[in-house]
Each structure stands twice: as C-alpha cells, then as structure tokens.
Ligand binder design. Structure first.
Ligand code: NAG
Ligand code: NAG
Ligand code: NAG
Ligand code: NAG
Ligand code: NAG
Ligand code: NAG
Length: 242
C-alpha cells in the first residue's frame, strides 16, 4: 500500500508504531501493545533485555515457536511465519506483511547466563483500514411538523466504532450505534448528519443533508444554490443585454 512514496510512508508507520506502543499498567511492566495496519511491516519492541543471555525464543502463542536464537545462530521453526520474520536490532521480532490473523500475544523467553528465565509479552493487533461508509436512509417520516429519521451506516463483519455527528458535533454516546434513530423538530434539526467509521488505524465518513421539515439528500441545498449562482451569474448580464 505504500509503494509510491516509500520513505514518508515508512516514517509514518514508524511514528504510528511509536505512538501506539505503551506499557499496559495492569499486566506487569513487560507487557506492550502494538497496533498495525494489515500489509505493513512491524517490529515488536523489547526493552530491558539483559546484557548477557544464552538463548532467546520468540513464540506466536504459548505453544508455537517462531524462532530461536542461540550463540549467534537463528533457527526458524516451521510455522506460518517462516519467510516473513527476522530478528531486528536488539533481538526484536520483525514481521513482514502482517495479516489480521497475526494478532496475538507474542512471547519472548530469554535464558540468561545465570540460568534464570525471563519473559516478555507483546500484544499485536492488526486491523484493515475501515471501508468508506455509505449512509442508508431507512426512514424519513413526517408527523405533525416532527420528522422521524432513521439512518443506517452498518458494516457487516467488521470491528468498527460508529460515531454520528449533527452538523459537526457528535451526538451523545447513548445514540452512538450503527443505526441513528432520531426525531427532529423545526427548533432542533441540523443541516447535515455524518456517520464516521473508525478503528485504531483509520477513519472514514459519509454525510447526508437535511432540508426541513423532513427531507434528506446526498448534497446540501446550499451547495445547489452556490452551483446555480456560479452557472447563472455569467449568464444574467447576457440576458439583460438581449
Ligand atoms: C556473535 O557475533 C558478534 C558480532 O557479529 C561477535 O562479536 C561475537 O563474537 C559472536 N559470538 C559468538 C559466540 O559467536
Ligand atoms: C492467516 O490466514 C491466511 C489466509 O488468509 C492463512 O494462510 C494463514 O495460515 C493464517 N495464519 C495463521 C497464523 O493462522
Ligand atoms: C459475515 O458474517 C456472517 C455471519 O456472521 C457470515 O455468514 C458471512 O459469511 C460473513 N461474511 C464475510 C465476508 O466474512
Ligand atoms: C428535538 O426536540 C424534541 C422535542 O423536545 C425531542 O423529542 C427530540 O428528541 C429532539 N431531537 C434531537 C435530535 O435532539
Ligand atoms: C472503539 O472505541 C473504544 C473506546 O474508545 C475502544 O476501546 C475500542 O478499541 C474501539 N474499537 C475499535 C474497533 O476501534
Ligand atoms: C470526514 O472526512 C473528511 C475527509 O475525508 C474530514 O475532513 C472530516 O473532518 C471528516 N468529518 C468527520 C465529522 O469526521
């Protein structure tokens, strides 16, 4: 996905990685969390590695080894990762072209030369960028000058957060769902409603425009007037001259 502007893209990914890596307080000092976009390359960071160690093993899950390092030799195990992993600087695990199912808690086990074992846990979460939503107008029903609106932004099979905005302000959390179901009156309608899809790596949105008392459209009335003016203004003097 980053083929054309390799360098800024790489810088961005690194930046993203650094921002998204933080120790979680609940699971001890050695647990890290990394978020990545599918298709990118990721290195799982390790800090406070002992100065001297004999053996070092990276695991995908507690019972699946990925690779082992011992006296300068790296052994790759037969796993989904063969051909896409390497040991980076500081013995961190670098995974090429991560996929959603690479999401896991990775374990690094280190045998020090004093014979003790130490363990690091790193949680990797891989996400696809969210798709572009399209608001579906499920209902616009006018009753006594009130307008019942039902807008859907649902995306199947995605772990996504939905945020609805009226004009540019988010609705209260109680109304945040894949479907927005509201009643508006002449004193509290908004000129546009936006649905934003987001996950930890991306966000996209779609907007519909409201015309009172109870009409929704894909473009705003204001935009129409502006277009009309741009088209008509040069024509009007022409009309006056004839
Ligand atoms: C491991 O590699 C480093 C640098 O390449 C070297 O200095 C060191 O002597 C090697 N150690 C062993 C045990 O081969
Ligand atoms: C992830 O999914 C791909 C295909 O989508 C499959 O080939 C691979 O074995 C899976 N990896 C793991 C670790 O389950
Ligand atoms: C989405 O989920 C439904 C049921 O949860 C399943 O039947 C369907 O095959 C899934 N579609 C995709 C594209 O994964
Ligand atoms: C607009 O006002 C009416 C009447 O007070 C209320 O029932 C409705 O929930 C309000 N709509 C919004 C979107 O706040
Ligand atoms: C949705 O939002 C909650 C709260 O901000 C967050 O913890 C969660 O990770 C988000 N989920 C996704 C898929 O973005
Ligand atoms: C919707 O997306 C556009 C660009 O894609 C962005 O400028 C705007 O801030 C977004 N709006 C909301 C409410 O997230």
């Amino acid at each position: 996905m980053c083929s054309q502007r390799q360098k800024p893209c790489l810088a961005l990914e690194l930046l993203l990685l650094f921002h998204l890596v933080w120790p979680t307080s609940t699971q001890g000092p050695s647990e890290h969390r990394v978020t990545a976009i599918s298709g990118t390359n990721v290195c799982l960071p390790i800090s406070n590695l002992p100065a001297k160690y004999i053996q070092l093993t990276w695991f995908y899950t507690t019972n699946q080894k990925i690779l082992e390092w011992e006296s300068n030799q790296t052994l790759l195990f037969d796993s989904e990762f063969k051909g896409r992993v390497s040991l980076g600087q500081n013995q961190n695990l670098c995974i090429h072209n991560v996929q959603k199912n690479d999401s896991s808690t990775y374990i690094l086990r280190v045998l020090t030369d004093s014979g003790t074992e130490k363990e690091w846990h790193t949680r990797l979460e891989v996400y696809d960028p969210v798709p572009k939503p399209e608001i579906e107008i499920q209902k616009t029903q006018e009753v006594d000058n009130r307008c019942h609106l039902q807008l859907s932004c649902r995306m199947p099979n995605q772990s996504i957060n939905y945020t609805w905005y009226r004009d540019s302000e988010p609705f209260p959390t109680g109304l945040q769902n894949s479907v927005l179901d509201i009643i508006v009156e002449p004193n509290n309608y908004s000129t546009f409603y936006t649905c934003q899809l987001s996950n930890p790596v991306s966000s996209k949105n779609d907007t519909v425009y409201f015309t009172p008392p109870c009409k929704l459209g894909r473009s705003s009335a204001v935009a129409w007037i502006v277009t009309w003016l741009i088209v008509m203004v040069p024509i009007i003097p022409g009309l006056l001259w004839t």
